[in-house]
Structures are given as C-alpha cells and as structure tokens.
Design a binder for this molecule. Structure first.
Ligand code: PBG
Ligand code: ZN
Length: 328
C-alpha cells in the first residue's frame, strides 16, 4: 500500500505509540562500568584525559561500584594499576596484587555485584606491551601461559568473569583449560575477540599508564581496515570456548558488531572505549552537544547494531537518565 494509506508518521505521533513500537531497548542492566583501581587509601583521582572519570583506591572503589549497582548497572570491569611494573608483569598474577585485593573487597562488601576483570599484561609491564617481549618482539606462546596464570589468580580472588584483552592467538583455550584444571569451571570468559589497533585507546593508556615504550600494538591488534578477519577471530574464540565475545572499539565499528552478531548469534559485548568517551565529553564541555541525549543515542546505536551489552564510561550517566524514565 502506498501513500496516502501508508503513513509512517502515524506511529510517531505520540510518546506512548513510539514506545510501543520501539525496536531497541536500552536498560541500565545492559551497561558495565569500567573502573581503574590503584594502591593506597582514600584516593579518587580524576584522569586528565578523561574528565569525569577517576582512578580509585580500593575503599573508594567500593563506593563507586555501590553507586553503579544502586543505579541498576549490569556489573563492573576492573583495570589495575600496580605499585611497580616490571618486564614479566609479576604484579598481574601476584596473590596480593591490586586487582586481586580489589575483587576480594568487592565480593565481601557487595557480593551481589558481577565482577569482571581485564586480563592483560600491559598495565603491569615496564615496556607497556600486552605480552612478553624478547628482542622487541611480543612472544605469543610465552604470553598465553602468563595470561592463564593471571586469569586463575583473578578467579581465585572471586572474579565472576575474566576478559582477556591481549589479542594473542590461542589464549582462550589455554585460559579455559587452566581455569578448569584449578576448579573454576563456572568462571566465565569474555574474550576481547575482535580488538582493533585503534587510536581511540589513547586516554586509557594515559589512565593506566600503559602506552608502549617502543613500537605499537599493530603486530597483535587487528588492522582497522579488516572485517572478514574479524569473523575469523570471533570464530576461533568461540571454538576455543569463549562464553561471550567482544568487539572493540564500538562506534567506528558498528558494521563489525552487526556482522559478528548476524554470523554467530553468540553472546556479544561491545566496548565503548576511552577515546569515544573523551570525544563526547570534549564536545559536551565546549557546549556543542547535549550529554544526556548524545550518550543515549550512542549506546542505543551500539545495541541496535547487535551488542547484548556495552562496557561504557558513560554507564552511570546513562543509567541515571534511563532511571528517570523520560529517555528520548
Ligand atoms: C589493555 C586494554 C586496553 C583497553 C582495554 N584493555 C588498552 C589497549 O589495548 O591499548 C582499552 C580500553 C579503552 O580505551 O577504554 N590491553
Ligand atoms: Zn594489554
């Protein structure tokens, strides 16, 4: 049927009608809060390149996570910044390491909160690469043994889900085997399966003090130009046992999110990364954009593309708006 019988504006004429036929629903429970944890007490330091985001000592982290939980968020993902960095990333798998202690405290204070940990070496290595370096090369097979050790130590501290973000080949299988061997059959693996060598991670590297001291990450993270390769990465991680796969970054990769979801139908996360946050905040703070509207629009678009949930530095902001029920 054609105009004038078909009038698509008919269903847009009122808020109740629009709500009734809305195809994508964003909920606070779809959002995961990223948090940086540092040694010390009573600390809440603003991150210069990410205004409105902070690094927390463990005591303050508990308050932050409680606030997120009260807003109905889906969980928290932790990134640790250790006292000291070295060439073997020993702080990453130390029993009393920063993330291990943070998880233990969160599980004690807020046992109902889902705790995810980022599993990587770069926050703990003095060279800032995501793996073991020999002769300026990142060694794949030596790295995945360490990643498994980190994952097991996080699980032992009580983490519900482990999220390897390194992009080494074969790490999901090695991590799964190590977790199972140590009795953590129920620990979930959220694999950063499709992670691009992106300039959008700039502010994160400032936040975690983990910019590589030489070279870049393009020998292990994916080429920005590729999408067929993204499908191969996703397929391998699913076969190796990833419970959930992730695409990262999100906004410049909506086509990738869409294709990965369509092809595999596997539980899918998207990471709305630090540079995406900083870009929005820059525009909002200079008066060009409306924060509430832009944040909901971006997060809704990521869900519409195919993500089941989203890790976002705007998670609390979005949950506050969604909680008021007046959305857009
Ligand atoms: C560590 C890691 C990074 C991010 C998540 N885990 C940085 C990187 O790979 O360089 C990026 C997150 C963000 O930019 O918000 N491997
Ligand atoms: Zn890394």
């Amino acid at each position: 049927m054609e105009f004038p019988s078909t009038r698509l504006r008919r269903l847009r004429q009122s808020a109740p009608l629009r709500r009734l036929v809305r195809e994508t629903e964003l909920n606070a429970g779809d959002l995961v809060l990223p948090a940086f944890v540092i040694p010390g007490r009573g600390l809440k330091e603003e991150i210069p390149s990410m205004p409105g985001c902070f690094r927390f000592s463990i005591d303050k982290l508990v308050d932050e996570v409680k606030e997120g939980n009260d807003l109905g968020l889906g969980g928290v993902i932790l990134f640790g910044i250790p006292e000291q960095k070295d060439s073997t990333a020993s702080g990453a798998y130390a029993a009393g390491g920063i993330v291990q202690r943070a998880v233990e405290q969160l599980k004690k204070s807020l046992p109902e909160v889902l705790v995810i940990t980022d599993v990587c070496l770069c926050e703990y290595t003095d060279h800032g690469h995501c793996g073991v370096v020999r002769k300026e090369e990142v060694e794949n097979d030596a790295t995945i043994e360490l990643l498994a050790k980190i994952a097991v130590s996080h699980a032992r501290s009580g983490a519900d889900a482990l999220a390897p973000s390194d992009m080494m080949d074969g790490r999901v299988k090695t991590i799964r085997q190590a977790l199972d061997r140590e009795g953590f059959q129920n620990a979930v693996i959220i694999s950063y399966a499709v992670k691009y060598a992106s300039a959008f991670y700039g502010p994160f590297r400032d936040a975690a003090e983990c910019a590589p001291s030489f070279g870049d990450r393009s020998s292990y993270q994916m080429d920005v130009a590729n999408v067929e390769e993204a499908l191969r990465e996703a397929s391998l991680d699913i076969d190796e046992g990833a419970d959930i796969i992730m695409v990262k970054p999100a906004l410049a990769y909506l086509d990738v999110i869409h294709r990965v979801k369509q092809r595999f139908g596997h539980p899918l996360a998207a990471f709305n990364v630090s540079g995406e946050y900083a870009m929005v905040e820059g525009a909002v703070r200079s008066g060009c954009l409306d924060r509430e509207r832009i944040v909901l629009e971006i997060l809704t678009s990521i869900k519409r593309a195919g993500a089941d949930f989203i890790i976002s530095y705007h998670a609390k902001e979005a949950a506050r708006v969604l909680g008021r029920g007046d959305g857009f």
